[in-house]
Design a protein. Structure first.
Length: 579
């Protein structure tokens, strides 16, 4: 594996005057394509920043945006609206670093510093009043994760973060696997017991945000059993950390005798968790089923979708959202611009699924959970929808936008970022706060109950693959469609495309070996690098692999020669003889 290079450096930029103008700008006529409760407007602040992740808004209204990828002219962006029309008049990039894994996430302001992260590093830079671009002389590397050399491998490498009111910084470390199997993501492979990955993964660690050059060994494990938490925040109302966990993947693909495709599309839940010191949420041994309202034993540890075992002993979620919605940010609203219904409640950005086939992909909206006295006070609501530009989402790549980050402005406006094009929306309330009520939420409640990408699908009517398929197409839709999608285009970020891919159209032996032995190192497809580990599929027969690869080489706009079972057999035996 090539060496991971990273460092933190900032461009010099001339200081400009801060903006300070009263009043809210006009919303766009179409609300920037969004659907919102009555009385709310939206304006598109910027529409093409590049794949955006988390955001932070300064006291003067400047918006700092973390970009997913690293660019030669800067991997962070700052926006300023100078004339109060809601649109960014000045856009500047800053912070040049090399991140070959392209998984930047965090952007937060704390105690006068701007903190941001790549896949491996957390850096900070001092913010100075009146200066739009941060001071280039104050950059510090606060934390480094050398995950590329981890003995357990790597996955879920995003580095979101939050701060408490006592000066501590909290960073989730995602699990390096799906469910701590002996063979990751391999059908039938059992889970490791106890799971050794928990020592330095799948939890939340506490650090000193002022101490440079830390590693995980300098931190304190605050909570464990949390598979992957990109959405993390501190709630000032009850002085507690909250996360929304990404649940495990592929129940049907890895355990088809125990879970059907419909169950696998809906389960397990994305868990909304209150996290205190010592919290154990149960990964990898347990998952939460929102229909049964129980933590159930994972099949890797003997579960079958019904066995509860010791599930009650682990932290139970406040809410179990439907599976695979992909919660990627959370914000407790403390402003005064919105109606009282939203005060101290939680907004959650659901980035959207990739593995819900044969049903519509799910998520792609911003939810709201009302809170009262430190507890959810009602069912979750759809607050903002329309990001995808369509109702039924067959392929992740079809969606126009994917909501990713949330931030609150000094005037109480809510900002939402998009991870596809880099659109930033500003949500404002223009109605009468005293008259806001249940009737103003009716249209959004209807969307929750009827929209294909939000509602629980009907097992038969909503199946997008009602007609039976066979041969290589059936194998593809069983084992491959979850990552590479039905159109072969991948998800645009983690999983590479197969359409006109040099790996698909090139050397057949190389392609066969990818199926037999998987991929553990970065690959470049169409000039873009992908780093997710692909598991081996050597449990498939030679004939099945041949049919699968022939289907892929002749589909998705590809037109290459077929793969023979004898060719697969030759590569399988060649590897075995080399041992």
């Amino acid at each position: 594996m090539r060496k991971l290079l990273r460092y933190c450096m900032l461009f010099v930029a001339a200081p400009v005057l801060t903006q300070c103008k009263p009043g809210l700008p006009e919303g766009d006529k179409d609300n920037g394509g969004l659907m919102l409760p009555n009385g709310f407007d939206a304006v598109v602040v910027a529409d093409s920043l590049g794949a955006a992740r988390h955001m932070a808004v300064n006291d003067n209204g400047d918006i700092y945006v973390k970009l997913r990828r690293s660019y030669p002219d800067g991997s962070n962006v700052v926006l300023r609206d100078e004339n109060n029309d809601g649109k960014a008049d000045i856009i500047k990039k800053f912070s040049v670093y090399i991140d070959s894994f392209n998984y930047g996430t965090a952007m937060r302001i704390n105690n006068g510093y701007l903190y941001y992260s790549s896949s491996s590093d957390i850096c900070r830079v001092k913010l100075k009043p009146g200066e739009m671009v941060p001071d280039t002389t104050t950059v510090q590397l606060i934390l480094r994760d050398d995950f590329a050399h981890d003995v357990h491998g790597f996955n879920h490498t995003a580095k979101p973060l939050t701060f408490d009111d006592k000066g501590n910084m909290y960073v989730p470390y995602g699990s390096p696997s799906d469910v701590c199997q002996l063979l990751d993501r391999t059908p039938g492979s059992p889970g490791q017991m106890p799971c050794p990955q928990l020592d330095e993964h799948a939890g939340v660690w506490m650090f000193d945000p002022n101490k440079p050059n830390q590693t995980i060994k300098d931190g304190k494990r605050y909570a464990t059993g949390i598979r992957s938490a990109v959405a993390i925040t501190w709630n000032p109302a009850d002085k507690t950390i909250y996360v929304v966990q990404h649940g495990r993947d592929d129940l049907h693909r890895t355990w088809p005798e125990k879970y059907d495709k419909w169950t696998s599309a809906l389960q397990p839940s994305e868990e909304f968790l209150r996290v205190k010191e010592g919290t154990n949420a149960g990964w990898p041994y347990y998952y939460y089923d929102f229909e049964q309202k129980k933590k159930l034993l994972n099949p890797e540890y003997g579960g079958d979708g019904k066995i509860e075992a010791d599930g009650k002993k682990f932290e139970q979620p406040l809410i179990g959202f439907p599976g695979h919605f992909a919660p990627n940010d959370i914000l407790f609203y403390t402003g005064n611009q919105f109606p009282d219904h939203y005060k101290n409640g939680a907004f959650i950005a659901f980035h959207g699924s990739t593995i819900r086939g044969p049903y519509s992909q799910g998520g792609y909206f911003v939810a709201f959970v009302p809170f009262k006295n430190g507890q959810p006070s009602g069912d979750w609501e759809v607050f903002a929808d329309g990001f995808s530009g369509m109702d039924t989402i067959v392929n992740t790549s079809d969606a126009l936008h994917r909501p990713m980050g949330l931030a609150q402005g000094p005037d109480g406006s809510l900002y939402i970022s998009d991870s596809k094009k880099g659109t930033i929306w500003r949500i404002m309330y223009k109605g009468d706060k005293n008259k806001f009520g249940a009737a103003d939420l009716t249209a959004m409640a209807t969307r929750k109950a009827t929209s294909a990408h939000i509602k629980d699908p009907d097992p038969v009517k909503d199946n997008l693959q009602k007609e039976m398929v066979s041969g290589g197409e059936k194998i593809y839709k069983t084992y491959c469609v979850a990552c590479h999608l039905a159109d072969g285009k991948g998800d645009g970020s983690r999983f590479p495309p197969l359409d006109r891919s040099e790996y698909v159209l090139g050397d057949k032996n190389r392609l066969i070996n990818v199926i037999l032995h998987g991929l553990q190192e970065p690959v470049t497809i169409k000039g873009k690098t992908y780093n997710n580990v692909m598991p081996a599929h050597n449990y498939l027969s030679d004939a099945d692999i041949a049919m699968l690869l022939t289907y892929v080489r002749k589909s998705f706009g590809n037109d290459a020669s077929e793969v023979l079972s004898t060719e697969v057999q030759a590569q399988r035996y060649a590897k075995e003889e080399a041992k």
